[in-house]
Design a binder for this molecule. Structure first.
Ligand SMILES: *Cc1c(COP(=O)(O)O)cnc(C)c1O
Length: 378
């Protein structure tokens, strides 16, 4: 079926094509070339971080960040169960163990009280994930990390434009990781960035990203590193995206407001924003009051040409991350009832009206269907 409204579609109407052609004309198409450094510098200053290091995707950003912090076998890292699989996979790549944490009811982020219950003598770090663009409670995270001497890794793959107070997320913990996959708020096709205010940590990330090559001697390697470099082609797209980044973020906030207005009064709740933070609404998400309605509503919308996504399945429900004897009731409940709506920057007010009307039509139809059942009871 041809979908009228996909969940996502990247915005590529700026200088992306011109800068990619410039790479091709210059023959600098792999990871050397001017756009790599330019993208790092522009991103760091836009974000307010001392250092930004490009990498080939968001998953390896997390892996190299953990490796640079020295996380490895025998260590435990706290990760929210309600996240994309890459957050936990990156921990496993280091040989460390993942300890899953439940979510908060209203904001869906890691529940810091539940995180504290998961701390053992082996816990080395806490990986917060600002899921769907909502900020985690970083005051609580930093206090917990200080109390137990833990590193803080921020998975900001979904949080470009998200702020806690005036600080951009990713600059609050020890190290922050971004993704520029095609459906993220800015994209380079595939790509990622590691940010930190710690110069020594930045040096380790650069070293590990590039095969652990010695800074003193050519073709001499003093660590087992990785080839996690970004290409100049991707960085060129990133430089062009940076020219639109503020407009893209503003548009997403506008879209979330349009949805909030359009869905007012219906038995669904739009993901609300934690006070004192900026939610960047990577994906505008709703929860339906009744979990039994969720899949039927998604099917109804699909029939009207509107693509949606179910909110992430909690990681503990997948075999690799099963946590027998542990309970994650909030993550499970949000996952059962949550839907991501079309959230791409080209959506206009009329599009949102069409989508909200479809939600309303479907929920009203369902209420009508209930009536005979109620009558039969009397
Ligand atoms: C997209 C995403 C990643 C991984 O990024 P890739 O660039 O796709 O490797 C990691 N964590 C979260 C929460 C994500 O949404």
């Amino acid at each position: 079926m041809n979908l009228r409204y996909p969940v996502y579609s990247p915005y590529l109407n700026g200088r992306e094509k011109a800068l990619v052609i410039d790479c091709l004309d210059s023959t600098w198409i792999s990871s050397k070339g001017k756009y790599v450094g330019q993208f790092e510098d522009t991103f760091a200053s836009w974000l307010g971080a001392q250092e930004a290091i490009t990498v080939s995707n968001g998953t390896v950003a997390l892996h190299v960040a953990l490796a640079a912090l020295g996380i490895g076998p025998g260590d435990e890292v706290l990760v929210p169960s309600l996240t994309y699989i890459a957050s936990a996979n990156a921990v496993k790549y280091t040989g460390a163990d993942v300890v899953l944490v439940d979510s908060e009811r209203t904001y869906w982020q890691m529940d810091i009280e539940d995180a504290e219950r998961g701390i053992t003598s082996r816990t080395k770090a806490i990986m917060v994930v600002h899921v769907y663009g909502q900020a985690t409670d970083m005051d609580a995270v930093m206090a917990l990390a200080k109390k137990h001497s833990l590193y803080v890794i921020e998975d900001c793959a979904e949080a470009i434009g998200t702020r806690h107070g005036s600080a951009h997320v990713g600059t609050i913990g020890d190290i922050g990781c971004f993704s520029f996959f095609g459906n993220k708020t800015i994209t380079t096709g595939e790509g990622g960035m590691v940010v930190t205010n710690n110069a020594e940590l930045a040096k380790k990330v650069r070293h590990l990203r590039s095969q652990g090559v010695s800074s003193e001697r050519e073709y001499w390697h003093d660590a087992i590193g990785f080839n996690y470099r970004m290409t100049n082609l991707c960085a060129a797209i990133g430089c062009a995206q940076m020219e639109s980044i503020n407009d893209l973020i503003a548009k997403k906030l506008q879209i979330s407001e349009w949805y909030r207005q359009g869905l007012a009064g219906l038995p669904v709740q739009v993901h609300s924003t934690r006070p004192g933070t900026v939610h960047s609404y990577w994906m505008v998400s709703i929860v339906v009051d009744d979990p039994c309605e969720r899949d039927a509503l998604r099917a109804g919308l699909r029939g009207d040409g509107i693509e949606t996504r179910p909110v992430f399945y909690p990681l503990h429900q997948m075999e690799m991350y099963a946590a027998p004897g542990e309970n994650f009731p909030i993550a499970e409940d949000i996952s059962r009832r949550g839907i991501n709506l079309p959230s791409y920057p080209a959506l206009m007010r009329d599009d949102i009206t069409v989508i909200c009307d479809s939600v309303r039509k479907f929920l009203a139809r369902k209420e009508l269907k209930l009536e005979p059942v109620l009558e039969a009871k009397t």
